[in-house]
Design a protein around this ligand. Structure first.
Ligand code: ZN
Length: 153
């Protein structure tokens, strides 16, 4: 086993960051190095890589993400206090089927999007998603399309 350091390249609070790390990796410390949020992880370097998702949220702003598992707290410059969470998908945790959003017409998943309203957050100095609208669904390739949920097998 070794300890590796990963940087959480989070541009705004609540943003999710996917990191590839050896399977079974265990987070042993969170902190800040040269203003970059970082985590130290005990790994078996020979294990196959898997993707894991993390986020950083400030005290008092941004909800704890669904499926969020608390890892630790970072006290940054200016007295700001940040909390690091790993997001463990509920579906995986409970054994439910996960879904992929695809365009009903062309079947692509990377081309579909939804409209959302963002609101300016003065504390974070960032636009933060407030509402994800039900309509319209949009595919970059097709026009007049719908998004369909398909189980990931
Ligand atoms: Zn399409």
């Amino acid at each position: 086993m070794k300890v590796w350091k990963y940087t959480l390249s989070v541009e705004h609070a609540g943003q999710r960051v996917a990191l590839r790390m050896p399977k079974g990796a265990k987070v042993v410390h969170v902190g800040v190095v040269n203003d970059a949020w970082s985590i130290w992880v005990e790994v078996d370097p020979d294990a196959p890589l898997v993707e894991r998702t993390f986020t950083v949220i400030p005290t008092g702003f941004v909800d704890v993400p669904e499926g969020g598992v608390y890892l630790g707290t970072i006290i940054a410059h200016g007295g700001f206090v940040w909390h690091v969470y790993e997001i463990v998908p509920q579906a995986v945790a409970s054994g439910e089927t996960r879904v992929r959003m695809v365009c009903k017409s062309c079947g692509n998943s990377h081309t579909v999007s939804k409209d959302a309203t963002v609101r300016w957050n003065e504390f974070l100095q960032k636009w933060v998603i407030d509402t994800i609208h039900d309509q319209p669904d949009c595919c970059d390739i097709c026009t007049d399309t719908e998004i369909e949920e398909r189980p990931i097998t």
